[in-house]
Design a binder for this molecule. Structure first.
Ligand code: HEM
Length: 245
C-alpha cells in the first residue's frame, strides 16, 4: 500500500454534505499530521483523549438539562437523560483500555511531546467536577425539602420506591460510574508509567488515589452505613450461624 497516497485521501475533500455537516475537514485535522507523530501509538493517544473530551462535552451539556428537569421534578426526563450520561461515562471508561495496547516504552516517547500537560487541565473534567454541587442543590430543594422528605425517609422509614428515591439512586449511579472511570484511569497509569512515578507537574502519581475515594454525594453513601448500623443494632454486629438452632 502506498502510504503517502493513502494519507492524502484519508481526510476526504470535506465538500460532500455528510462531510460539511460533520465538519470532517476540521475534525480530521485535529490530530497531528501523519508525518509528525513520534511513533505509531501517538495517533491513538491523541484520538482517545479527544474523544474523551467530546464525551465529557456531551455529559456536561446533558447534566445542565438534568438540572433544569430536577427543578421541575420531571422525573421521566431526569432518568432518561441520566441514562445517556451513564452510557457516555461507561464509554469513557471502556475506551481507556485502548491505551493499554501501547507499550510503556512507546508511551515514554509520547510523554516527551506533552510539555507539562496534565489531565487536570482537561476542560471537560474540570466542568464535570463543578456540576454535582448544583445537581445536589436542585435535588434537595425539589425532591426533598419541598415535600418535607429526607434521605433517611426515602431510603428507610418512608421507603416506597418513590420518585425521590429513584432520582437519588440515579445520582448515586452517576457518582459510582465517575469513580469507576477514575479507578480505571489510575490502573491505566499504573500499567503505563507506574504509580510510584511523578507526574509531569512533579507531583507523586499515587496522589491520584485520593480522587478515587472522593464522592460527589456523600450523603447517598452514608445512608447505607447508617441503615446497616441501625438494622444491625437489632441483631448485633456478628450474628449466630443459621445452623445454631
Ligand atoms: C497512558 C495514558 C495516561 C497516562 C499515563 C495518564 C497519566 C496521568 C497522570 C500522571 C495524572 C496526574 C497528573 C497531575 O498530577 O497533574 C493524570 C491526571 C488526569 N488524567 Fe490521565 N493519563 C492517561 C490517560 C488519560 C486519558 C485517556 C484521560 C481522558 C480523559 C485522562 C484524564 C485525566 C484526568 C481527568 C486527570 C485529572 C484527574 C484527577 O485530578 O482526578 N488521562 N493522568
Amino acid at each position: 500500500m502506498d502510504r503517502e497516497q493513502f494519507y492524502a485521501t484519508m481526510n476526504g475533500e470535506g465538500t460532500l454534505d455528510y462531510e460539511l455537516y460533520l465538519n470532517t475537514k476540521q475534525l480530521l485535522s485535529c490530530q497531528k499530521d501523519f508525518h509528525d507523530f513520534c511513533n505509531h501509538d501517538e495517533l491513538q493517544f491523541q484520538i482517545v483523549h479527544q474523544v474523551e473530551e467530546l464525551w465529557m462535552k456531551l455529559i456536561n451539556y446533558t447534566l445542565l438539562d438534568i438540572d433544569d428537569y430536577l427543578q421541575q421534578e420531571n422525573t421521566n426526563r431526569v432518568i432518561t437523560l441520566f441514562r445517556r450520561v451513564f452510557i457516555a461515562l461507561r464509554l469513557m471508561t471502556e475506551q481507556l483500555s485502548l491505551l493499554e495496547t501501547m507499550s510503556p516504552k512507546e508511551y515514554q516517547e509520547i510523554r516527551v511531546q506533552l510539555g507539562n500537560g496534565s489531565g487536570q487541565e482537561s476542560p471537560g473534567f474540570r466542568t464535570i467536577l463543578k456540576m454535582p454541587a448544583q445537581l445536589w442543590k436542585s435535588f434537595r430543594t425539589s425532591y426533598l425539602e419541598r415535600h418535607d422528605l429526607t434521605i433517611e425517609k426515602i431510603y428507610n422509614t418512608e421507603y416506597s420506591h418513590s420518585d425521590a428515591y429513584v432520582v437519588a439512586e440515579a445520582l448515586a449511579e452517576f457518582d459510582e460510574l465517575f469513580q469507576r472511570f477514575r479507578y480505571c484511569h489510575v490502573q491505566l497509569i499504573n500499567r503505563t508509567i507506574g504509580l510510584g512515578a511523578k507526574s509531569l507537574k512533579g507531583r507523586p502519581v499515587d496522589r491520584m488515589l485520593e480522587g478515587v475515594k472522593t464522592y460527589f454525594f456523600p450523603e447517598l453513601w452514608e445512608i447505607r452505613n447508617q441503615m446497616t448500623d441501625a438494622w444491625g443494632a437489632s441483631y448485633g454486629v456478628v450474628r449466630e450461624s443459621l445452623g445454631a438452632h
